[in-house]
Design a protein around this ligand. Structure first.
Ligand SMILES: [Zn+2]
Length: 80
């Protein structure tokens, strides 16, 4: 799967389809959250882990430097 390349057209709403083989390889399922970021001139799409990096909580998450952090851990970070 490494080095897989394909060409997709962007539709009139700006959507693209992620090829099934790539979704399968990364275990991306319907309604999963994906994080889209711009790095230099490339669009990078990552799977969202959707849990706090520190305590694995799934509630009150915010993104901090590309990682999910829950509100509780975030306040502890600010106080440390
Ligand atoms: Zn946490």
């Amino acid at each position: 799967m490494k080095g897989t390349r394909c060409i997709r057209k962007v539709d009139n709403l700006g959507r693209i389809v992620i090829p099934r083989d790539i979704r399968k390889a990364l275990d991306i399922k319907e309604w999963d959250d994906l994080q889209i970021s711009l790095e230099k001139n490339s669009i990078v799409i990552n799977r969202c882990s959707n849990h706090c990096t520190f305590c694995n909580s799934k509630e009150d998450l915010s993104l901090f430097r590309e990682k999910y952090v829950c509100r509780k851990c975030l306040s502890q970070l600010k106080n440390s």
